[in-house]
Design a protein. Structure first.
Length: 376
């Protein structure tokens, strides 16, 4: 089947698991970033395929949370949690397609969180209020593309400056000059056990963390004005990062390891979500001109590697394997201090954390390659 059909079949498989009353159980519990990413994938598929059934599904689930006055059930602005902004990306499609004022009010609510969000001394968003002075790569994906699309939708050009500041700050503070890879997080206070006491950087290159950041860049740039003074700089750091990632892509499989720089080390494994995120980001980056064409075969090899090694299908249902269930920094039990922690987290199949990026990747590879053969 062609690349777009992989996204279609994944969506159909996922939606077939919906509860009998039409609500997916995970979607009904809490406004959250992982269901939000899955809804965003379905929304993009609706736009790409022209099928309204995906949009109907999305709206039904978003309406579990977005109230008529624009408030959002289970969301608290004062939590100051970047993760809780991610689901808001779906609001923009709802605004355009329905014209309902409640979705616009909800978008303003989320934007007001970011305007007052706690910051490092340089102005970087804390990942969460409960993680003071910490910037995580994850948080850039949760907030930056939302804020960029908000800026474009509501004509708030000053917010593009804010998006650029966040993208550039976290890269400056997490990048390893030797490998060009980005560490999972950075603690300005240098107090956390997981960080280097000299630099504040965490100690490992987690695949999905860099995947979040790569997607943050490409999804934000899509909304930036062509003449924004930081646009070229962001494209430049994207190119530099893509080069570093291409150097740690597994040459045989085309996949990326859970811990990026330790391929072949005991316990490390080829991981689905990070691979899908890199594939998507490079394919979209090349298509839109943010990256050099040299990364087109890197994306092709990544996508084919997933099909060959991580995807199973009977022609109707699609399943994705080797997805890291989750990883973080700090907390209890303590996370992120050791290599053993990252490789020891649960590995699962068919989790939204992997399915959504796989759908993103399939759609972007389809747009980039069309009917081209992407592998021999």
């Amino acid at each position: 089947m062609d690349q777009l059909q992989w996204a279609v079949k994944t969506a159909e498989t996922f939606m077939a698991g919906t509860e009998a009353d039409g609500y997916h159980l995970e979607f009904s519990k809490r406004w959250a970033y992982v269901p939000g990413m899955m809804l965003l994938a379905l929304n993009r598929l609706s736009e790409e395929s022209g099928e309204d059934n995906y949009f109907i599904y999305i709206k039904k689930h978003m309406d579990l949370f977005v109230q008529q006055n624009g408030s959002v059930r289970t969301y608290s602005l004062e939590e100051y949690n970047l993760d809780q902004v991610n689901q808001g990306k779906v609001l923009f499609s709802l605004i355009k397609r329905t014209g309902e004022l409640r979705y616009e009010k909800a978008a303003h609510l989320l934007a007001s969180q970011l305007k007052g969000h706690p910051r490092t001394n340089e102005g970087g968003f804390w990942h969460k209020k409960i993680y003071p002075f910490q910037m995580w790569l994850d948080g850039l994906y949760m907030s930056s593309p939302f804020l960029a699309e908000y800026a474009k939708t509501f004509d708030k050009p000053e917010l593009f400056d804010e998006v650029a500041r966040q993208i550039l700050l976290v890269e400056k503070n997490t990048r390893d000059p030797k490998s060009g890879l980005l560490f999972h997080g950075w603690d300005e206070s240098k107090e956390q056990r997981w960080c280097d006491p000299e630099t504040g950087k965490s100690r490992h290159f987690w695949s999905r963390a860099m995947g979040w950041y790569a997607m943050a860049i490409v999804d934000s740039l899509e909304h930036f004005p062509a003449d924004h003074p930081k646009r070229g700089t962001i494209c430049g750091i994207f190119e530099r990062m893509a080069e570093a990632l291409s150097l740690v892509q597994d040459g045989e499989s085309g996949l990326w390891y859970q811990v990026l720089d330790r391929g072949g080390d005991q316990g490390n494994y080829l991981e689905a979500s990070g691979t899908a995120m890199f594939t998507f980001s490079m394919a979209k980056g090349v298509r839109l001109g943010y990256l050099s064409n040299k990364f087109k075969p890197v994306a092709a090899k990544g996508f084919q590697g997933m099909l060959d090694q991580l995807v199973t299908s009977d022609g109707k249902r699609v399943h994705l394997h080797q997805i890291c269930d989750g990883a973080g920094l700090g907390g209890s039990p303590y996370r992120g201090e050791s290599y053993e922690y990252y490789i020891g987290e649960k590995v699962v199949s068919d989790a939204m954390m992997g399915l959504a990026p796989f759908m993103f990747a399939a759609m972007e590879v389809h747009k980039l390659f069309g009917q081209e053969v992407i592998s021999e």
